[in-house]
Design a protein. Sequence first.
Length: 553
Amino acid sequence: MSKVYVTLPAYNAELTLLRTIEEIPAGIVDQFLLVDDASPDNTVALARELGLRVIVHPENRGYGANQKTCYSEALADGADVIVLLHPDYQYDPKAVPLLIAPILAGYADMSFGSRFAATGDPILGGMPLYRYVGNRLATTVENLLLGSRFTEMHSGMRAYTRECLLSLPFLSYSDDFVFDSQLLVDAVTSGLRITEVPIRTRYTKESSSIDISRSMRYVAGSIAMAAKRGVQRGRRGRRTPVSLRTRRRPRILGRGPHTEATCMLCGRNDMYLLYPSNTRLRPESSDFACTAESVGKHDDILQCRVCGMVSSRTPLEDAEIIERYQDTVDPHYLEEESARRELFEHVLATMRGFYSHGRSLVEIGSHVGLFLDSAAKAGWDVRGIEPSRWAVEEGQRRFGVDLTQGVAEEFTAPPGSVDAVVMLDVLEHLVDPLSVLGRLHPVLSDEGLMVLSTVDVTRLHARMRRAEWPWFIFPHLHYYTPPTLHSTLASAGYRMVGWETVPRRFHLSSIANRLGDSFDPVGPIARRLSSVVDPRVPVGWLGDIVLAVARKA
């Protein structure tokens, strides 16, 4: 049986709370949770008299912040279905069974009550004219931007499955009224199943409302959010891997002769040579450093005709690869410490947007522990594993982090003991990513986060440079496309909930020294220029590196 929670974001609801609770049909709700946003009236005392679970904000944080507390607490309590109902009696409490019915039947991940569906007439119910016009305008524009067909997109009566809220970074949304729109837009463009049901509303002097100026800001913010996500993800999220639900034809990047090799992802023996090796050098330990200058030098690059997975054919045995990593020394890594910390702060901010019950974090492939140090300062209980002996000693000496020398294939931890597993630029280095992801699956908690960054071989820079793409390098054994990364995670028991291009900025001198030889004649010019002026250059827009967030399926 599903555990149904009704959450009540309250502010000055003393006069309407009792009617709201009494009119919800009996036997529907397992738990009421009222979060009071520092009401000056007797809302809290009345809620406690009624036997509701009550949480009080010591100061007024805003409507969006109130919902963040509602959902976080409901998830922590193990709720399966979470209902949002305003305790001001504006939305009809009798509609709660209708609201949760599509969810309980398994037809929806999210539902909301529409005041305009069927024969709904919010004007008759007392809706102010300016709110009616704003609602109609915003809903029309947002439907066009998102490719949706909702009769309303600004209802405050909603219901969610547990998985729906765990799939959305709702903790990163606004603390103000635009929270509702941000959540709905993200749900639409993440491929979640959303349905609306007709409801009645009533507007009285006790009903919550916002003035015209705040309404205009709310409408502007809602439309801006829809436009932003429409550009980033496409209408209904058709361009984001998060929304992938069915098998798609693989994106074939080129044509070449068939070659004897087995695909890491689908196991088929139908690989072709995409780009032949451009060097006869045998990779050494120095080539496995993060700041190695042997960019653009690669072994044979193959692609699977069946699933589209791209991999390299290395001449090294598995044991030799591990040995190279163990012997790697990378003294130039910390020359860009500030830029790397900036990137890591972005990763941590992305993680903060998603609900997580605990604070235990493990990083696979920690290098010198710079991310671990940043995560520890952000309140995570951190530890990491890293194959390089030099990097482990350097990280322990410089940052005092809990860093163990070893490889991902050997990592062990008690089941469910880790709340976040982070692998930044690691997946493409693993001989068998599926095996490692499968090994990590049981140690991740049920609401845990799998956070990883990796290369995307389909972005414009990669397509333009083809065989000369700088990230075709010896240590990279696999190169992902959005569908193959989605499939890799799904095959290992995860569902993707986040995808974005990684923002990165490095000094011109660092870029020129490492990548200059692959950008003739621009590289030598950049080297000379960096000796005179050395600004930090944004390179994230190239789209070479992406950040994905996943949950256990």
